[in-house]
Design a binder for this molecule. Structure first.
Ligand SMILES: [Zn+2]
Length: 80
């Protein structure tokens, strides 16, 4: 397990099983990964927590990621 911080909101996240692209569903109690690496259309990749992933639109841009902010322990949103 790798501990890191979300590129969007900056909260501490963990990635289960390796550096990237491994996302465990159904075990959302914090003992498994709480983030995944999202690759954008422009080829950059960003480590994002689940709440940020949910806040992002369908085809996020680096701009969207820059606007992400943490609301509380379980929620993120896009700054307007
Ligand atoms: Zn986040």
């Amino acid at each position: 397990m790798v501990t890191n911080s979300c590129d969007g909101c900056g909260r501490t996240v963990s990635v289960a099983g390796g550096m990237e692209n491994i996302w465990t569903f159904g075990e959302d109690d914090g003992s498994e990964g709480t983030a995944m690496t999202l690759e954008l259309a422009d080829g950059t990749s960003h480590l994002l927590c689940y709440p940020c992933l949910e806040a992002l639109p369908e085809e996020p841009t680096a701009d969207d990621i820059a606007r992400l902010e943490q609301v509380d322990a379980e929620t993120s949103t896009l700054e307007v």
